[in-house]
Design a protein around this ligand. Structure first.
Ligand code: FAD
Length: 445
């Protein structure tokens, strides 16, 4: 039977970070990944002849942990990211395109300044209401975040007399664009929590698109660093179950029945995957029952190739009140091998999860037209890439159910963006969870 110090289940950023930290400290580590490609939700691959990615991603300038782990693998973020100076909001039915000097997603105050100077977007009454809305939101996040989690963003906005117009032109792009949820389903805690690091790290407020597929620019360099330190990474290796000895976890069982043993197992799967691995042994365990109560949330994207660029610049764009939550042209950044390329995150995701690809395409083309986008002419290829149960729900009242990385079971540690860390469902959050998981093991040995 194969024996390791640590088995890591899942090769997303959480799993790769944990493996890298442990290998560097001399632990024998194997990473087991069920897919044919590493990277999880930050991956890219050839899908029946078209290069695709897990979804449109933006690197945020205030991330610290992700650049740090990349640095260990000799990757400088500035070399793999093209920073965006501006972002766009396209207003349905309007020919005009609202462009802001900084991302409203991660530069709320700068953006607010831009918006406050712009009477097309917000009438004067709304500008005044937004100040207490944001200050109160940040204050409550720091003082009583669990109370804030009881409100949806829409409810919190209503409490602060934010008009429907401000909601449509500002808060819907901010909320739907980032986590694909409309404001009535988006926890106010998640909304303000995601913005808060940006307020204290103003100078880092910018977002960037990756200059290459994410497996290529993120996951592969981390994997190379792991193998350089004698770690092993296996793809096409789904884990089915845990091996238990008395009350301790001592290994895993693969889909083909093979058993691998280790002193420690880190489950760094997405939430849906983690539930499947844990359910045989821990469904009724008091520590794990919250994980089973924490719902998953889907994400659906459509990725399209064109004979020429659809948009004049590769820039993050929001399409409030349409199915196009956020999107970008990518032919000058991530997918330079094609003359035109769009990646679009769809909302509401549940509507599109089981829809026929052709119907999704038609709906997106129709909605694109209302935003002034021609997504019909020159289309040469498209793929729909879905994530049915990768995310934990960001709706109100669930955040307290997220588990810590530490578990009461000897030999078992959790990692993944759904586990408790301050950056919600982001790459930075995944990396922090992986660091925490590695630290727990290193402290124990
Ligand atoms: C469309 C989209 C857009 C996003 N945009 C952004 C963004 O702009 N900025 C940002 O910071 N974040 C963004 N994110 C979120 C970010 O990608 C995730 O938070 C992060 O990548 C999660 O990493 P993880 O390691 O926790 O999980 P994952 O990346 O999901 O990794 C889990 C891995 O475990 C594997 N696995 C599961 N079960 C098993 C099993 N039984 N056996 C073996 N392997 C298993 C999976 O195949 C997967 O590879 C986006 C995500 C999506 C989908």
């Amino acid at each position: 039977m194969e024996k390791y110090d640590v088995i890591v289940v899942g090769s997303g950023l959480a799993g790769l970070t944990a493996a890298l930290e442990l290998c560097e400290k001399g632990k024998s580590v194997v990473v087991l990944e069920m897919n044919h490609v590493i990277g999880g939700r930050t991956s890219s691959w050839d899908e029946d002849g078209m290069l695709v990615e897990s979804g449109l991603h933006r690197h945020i300038g205030y991330y610290k942990a992700l650049p740090k782990v990349l640095k260990k693998a000799d990757v400088d973020v500035d070399d793999i990211v093209q920073w965006e100076e501006q972002i766009d909001i396209r207003i349905k039915g309007s020919k005009e395109n609202k462009t802001f000097g900084i991302s409203p997603v991660f530069g709320p105050i700068e953006t607010l300044k831009g918006i406050i100077g712009n009477n097309d977007i917000l009438p004067p009454g709304d500008k005044l209401a937004l100040v207490p809305f944001f200050t109160d939101g940040f204050l409550q996040y720091t003082q009583n975040p669990e109370e804030l989690d009881k409100y949806s963003l829409r409810e919190f906005a209503k409490k602060h007399n934010i008009s429907e117009e401000a909601l449509h032109n500002l808060l819907i792009p901010l909320s739907t664009g980032v986590f694909f949820l409309p404001p009535e389903r988006y926890s106010a805690k998640v909304f303000f929590g995601l913005f808060l690091p940006g307020v204290s790290r103003f100078y880092k407020l910018r977002i960037g698109s990756y200059l290459g597929g994410m497996t290529e620019v993120l996951a592969n360099p981390l994997a190379q660093h792991i193998t350089k330190h004698n770690g092993i990474i296996r793809t096409n290796t789904p884990v089915k179950d845990l091996v238990m000895q008395e009350d301790s976890v001592t290994g895993v069982v693969l889909e083909d029945g093979q058993k691998l043993t280790a002193k420690h197992v880190i489950i760094a799967a997405n939430l849906g995957g983690a539930k499947k691995i844990l359910k045989n042994h821990f469904q009724n365990h008091p520590f794990f029952e919250n994980i089973f109560r924490l719902p998953t949330m889907p994400a659906v994207t459509i990725q399209m190739e064109f004979e020429k660029p659809v948009l004049p610049v590769d820039r993050t764009t929001f399409g409030p009140l349409t199915s196009l939550a956020s999107f970008a042209e990518q032919s000058r950044t991530t997918f330079k091998h094609v003359p035109g390329r769009m990646s679009i995150i769809l909302t509401p995701p549940e509507k599109f999860l089981n829809m026929d690809d052709k119907l999704i395409l038609e709906q997106v083309q129709k909605d694109g037209k209302t935003l002034g986008l021609d997504l019909v002419n020159g289309l040469t290829n498209y793929r729909v890439i879905s994530h049915s149960e990768d995310f934990h729900s960001l709706e109100p009242n669930y955040d307290h159910l997220r588990p810590s990385q530490e578990t009461p079971i000897k030999g078992l540690v959790l990692a993944g963006d759904y586990t408790r860390q301050p950056f919600f469902a982001t790459m930075e959050g995944a990396v922090i969870s992986g660091e925490n998981a590695a630290r727990l093991i290193l402290e124990e040995s």
